[in-house]
Design a protein around this ligand. Structure first.
Ligand SMILES: Cc1cc2nc3c(=O)[nH]c(=O)nc-3n(C[C@H](O)[C@H](O)[C@H](O)COP(=O)(O)OP(=O)(O)OC[C@H]3O[C@@H](n4cnc5c(N)ncnc54)[C@H](O)[C@@H]3O)c2cc1C
Length: 464
């Protein structure tokens, strides 16, 4: 970037909020995926107006801008593919309004997800979407990726809680979309189009989210199985029995052992698979639901069913699940994490298919994830320096996505497309589906300057 452009950025953000040194560019060149590309400048926004000025400058001078929350994304969304400017949102973290009477909270988009609950709890409320990254991801990043989490089965995902937002459009206009009312049909569902937009259509600066009352009681259990199939069948059987646990998390033997090596969370090293299950609600109904869960587990190649006797025991089981990715990351030099998703009834087919693919290509795989949502994270444990292994992994990933599509599922349940899954999106949406996305992008961002090159390519790339 030219010196004059850097000076213009300094005029907008202040000198101390604009970085250009090489070590800083390296620090903002990657997220939690595999791609690394250095930007030419990094800016830290503190107001919506600054972002509006930034986008006007970017449009005048044809500079690509990539929004970034905390860079915990798993699909390369905040990596600046076309270089230019990385716009960091994590300094915008004010709580703007807490409205317990309407069960709403309005926050700046850079707020860490976990920072909502202590405020909401003052009025016995909570914010249900809880991605594994809840302690460091931002609300803006969650909305842009439509993040899921451990409670998705009963409580849904981020899109179910977004009511309203303030957005800076690519050419610098500031708009407010959505409404705080329970019902709202004035115009298109524009706030909806920003959920899962991966920073391609605009920059969210404020978001109003709905909250729910904290359930009176929680029952937690660890179900231990002799086979992967038993655990997968149990998930389908529990749902078919009419129970909706708040959480139903799956971990296979490789994941269990990686966790236990990383930190002792009391998981059985010799189990083929475990399910971490939680029911919640009124005390009697949560207990009755867990009894139904146990009955279904017992029919499906189970070995043991342990109900947590204390909140400490429950926290220990859940701690294991929350460190699963970090633990697997320590097994081999690299990992390739996927999030192909199927309907719950097809989970047994998916688990069998993943195992068959890993065996076919002689790859080490750990499988964990939100089984209650049909959302598994098959994680190939690899060494990037081994070219042969990487070639086999590429083939395995392609087959994995095709398997999800063949089972009427999706190539991404919650991590988004970004750069990582871009080559596979057309297989799921078809050419017409991609064309529709391209036309929407062009309407919002005719010069393709906001997070260019992500999710899909534009027909004629007009960006700088
Ligand atoms: C250990 C670990 C566990 C995880 N567990 C889960 C999980 O359970 N469920 C799940 O869904 N994900 C999970 N993730 C993935 C990741 O945390 C989520 O995708 C999260 O929503 C990203 O938030 P972020 O603030 O880090 O966003 P970033 O990674 O910085 O950005 C993600 C995308 O959002 C865009 N963006 C960011 N802020 C804005 C904004 N204000 N306006 C417009 N666009 C914006 C970026 O351009 C980018 O495309 C996990 C990641 C890790 C490392």
């Amino acid at each position: 970037m030219k010196k004059s452009q850097i000076e213009k950025l300094q005029n907008i953000f202040g000198k101390d909020k604009v970085l250009t040194e090489i070590e800083d560019m390296i620090a903002y060149s990657y997220d939690a995926s595999h791609v690394e590309i250095q930007p030419e400048a990094v800016v830290f926004a503190t107001t919506t107006e600054q972002i509006s000025l930034l986008m006007k400058l970017a449009y005048r001078e044809r500079i690509p801008v990539t929004p970034r929350g905390q860079g915990s994304g798993l699909s390369g969304g905040s990596v600046p593919l076309k270089k230019g400017i990385v716009l960091v949102m994590d300094r915008m973290k004010r709580i703007i309004e807490f409205d317990p009477a309407n069960r709403l909270i309005t926050v700046e988009a850079g707020l860490t997800t976990a920072d909502i609950d202590p405020i909401a709890a003052e009025a016995n409320l909570f914010y249900p979407p809880d991605p594994g990254s809840v302690g460091f991801s931002t609300i803006g990043g969650n909305v842009a990726e439509n993040a899921g989490g451990l409670r998705g089965l009963k409580y849904g995902v981020t899109k179910d809680y977004v009511k309203m937002m303030k957005v800076v459009l690519p050419q610098g206009d500031i708009v407010t979309l959505g409404n705080k009312c329970v019902k709202h049909v004035a115009g298109f569902n524009m706030e909806g189009i920003f959920v899962g937009s991966e920073g391609l259509l605009g920059i969210m600066t404020e978001v109003t989210l709905s909250l729910l009352p904290i359930p009176e009681h929680r029952e937690s259990a660890l179900a231990i199985f002799n086979s992967l199939d038993g655990a997968a069948q149990a998930v389908a059987a529990i749902i078919a029995a009419g129970v909706t646990p708040s959480t139903m998390e799956f971990m296979d033997n490789a994941t269990i052992n990686a966790i236990q090596n990383f930190k002792d969370c009391g998981l059985p090293r010799d189990a083929e698979a475990v399910l971490l299950i939680e029911t919640d609600g009124q005390k009697d109904s949560a207990i009755a639901e867990m009894a139904k869960v146990e009955a279904e587990v017992r029919k499906n190649d189970f070995r043991d069913f342990t109900r947590a006797q204390s909140s400490e025991e429950r926290d220990r089981f859940f701690a294991g699940r929350r460190v699963a990715l970090n633990a697997l990351a320590g097994v081999r030099p690299n990992l390739i994490l996927e999030d192909a998703t199927v309907m719950r009834s097809k989970l047994p087919d998916m688990v069998r298919g993943i195992t068959a693919i890993a065996n076919k290509y002689k790859l080490q795989v750990g499988i964990f994830g939100h089984a209650g949502d049909g959302n598994l994270h098959p994680t190939f444990l690899v060494d990037k320096r081994d070219k042969d292994e990487m070639a086999r992994t590429e083939k395995a990933v392609t087959e994995l996505f095709q398997l999800a599509i063949d089972l009427d599922g999706t190539i991404s349940g919650e991590h988004g497309i970004g750069l990582e899954k871009k080559p596979f999106l057309q297989n799921q949406l078809g050419a017409e589906g991609i064309r529709l996305l391209q036309n929407i992008k062009k309407t919002f961002d005719p010069l393709n300057l906001l997070n260019p090159g992500k999710m899909f390519d534009m027909p004629e790339q007009q960006s700088a």
